[in-house]
Design a protein around this ligand. Structure first.
Ligand code: HH2
Length: 273
């Protein structure tokens, strides 16, 4: 069971998290949803297409991205979260800033998706104080520099140690197990070969006992394998998502909800049979 505020998910099927980036510079959809109307339309379309959670982000974490000011991030995400959550939709806020987490929770967000895994001062306490879920993601370094000089002896071992430590810190702060999701953080301080090893050995992350989320959608590893530009990586992304689901992932974060939901319907039908 996964508890996102008042939304309860038994996890008997894979959940789809639709990405809504309200940023000028996100690697795939930057600049497309900057007006409230365009963003709301996109959220509505993703829900019609079968998204379970809408993940609203106001700061790009793509490699080399510059940090966003707190005021700017708040202005981008809070009015939107208010309007989407008011419709009874589970909304997650993609932020590493505790002030943004607090405002988003007050605006109705039911989940905090933190690429920094609640390592910022006061982040653990902020999430513990509300009934929201959290996604703890592994990232090596900072977005501005994370793809420089990347090396691991064993990437899976490093990611496991990190996620176990962050999940323990979350539980110690009072966040119940049924509110914790973990994510290996594909592309965050990882080269293509690291992402592939992580995906191949995903069952080792799943064995940690928390629902695992994966974000592979349109990422550069898919581009490296297919030779496709960002907007043409849907098929490759779905292949990677299904590989992750076959290895036990429970949440798929995607820009292409309709295609991903269709693929998962077929996958689930085959499992049930
Ligand atoms: N990837 C991105 C952002 N947030 N959150 C989780 N839990 N897992 C991920 O893999 C993940 C994430 C990067 O993708 P996107 O939001 O499309 O781009 P940008 O960071 O440029 O806004």
């Amino acid at each position: 069971m996964l508890t996102l505020g008042r939304h309860l998910f038994p996890l008997d099927r894979v959940l789809v998290m639709g990405v809504l980036n309200v940023t000028p510079d996100s690697f795939s959809d930057g600049g497309r949803y900057l007006t409230g109307t365009a963003a709301l339309d996109h959220a509505r379309n993703m829900l019609d297409d079968g998204a379970d959670i809408i993940d609203v982000g106001g700061e790009s974490t793509r490699p080399g991205a510059a940090p966003t000011s707190e005021r700017e991030e708040l202005e981008r995400v809070i009015p939107l979260i208010e309007r989407i959550a008011a419709r009874g939709v589970p909304v997650s806020v993609d932020t590493r800033n505790p002030a943004v987490m607090r405002a988003a929770i007050a605006a109705g967000a039911a989940m905090v998706n933190d690429v920094f895994a609640l390592r910022a001062p006061d982040a653990l306490e902020t999430v513990a104080a509300a009934p929201v879920a959290v996604c703890l993601m592994h990232m090596k370094g900072e977005p501005a520099t994370m793809q420089q000089n990347v090396s691991y002896t064993d990437v899976v071992a490093d990611v496991k140690i990190f996620l176990v430590e962050r999940a323990s810190a979350a539980e110690a702060a009072g966040i119940a197990r049924d509110r914790i999701v973990i994510d290996p953080g594909f592309g965050f301080g990882k080269k293509v070969e690291h992402n592939l090893v992580l995906l191949r050995r995903l069952p080792e992350i799943v064995a940690l006992g928390f629902p695992v989320a994966v974000g592979l959608s349109r990422k550069s590893t898919i581009g490296a394998l297919t030779g496709r530009e960002v907007g043409e990586r849907v098929a490759g992304s779905i292949a990677a998502a299904l590989a992750a689901v076959a290895r036990g992932a429970k949440i798929v974060r995607t820009h292409d909800v309709r295609e991903t939901v269709d693929a998962l319907k077929v996958w689930h039908a085959l499992q049930d049979g």
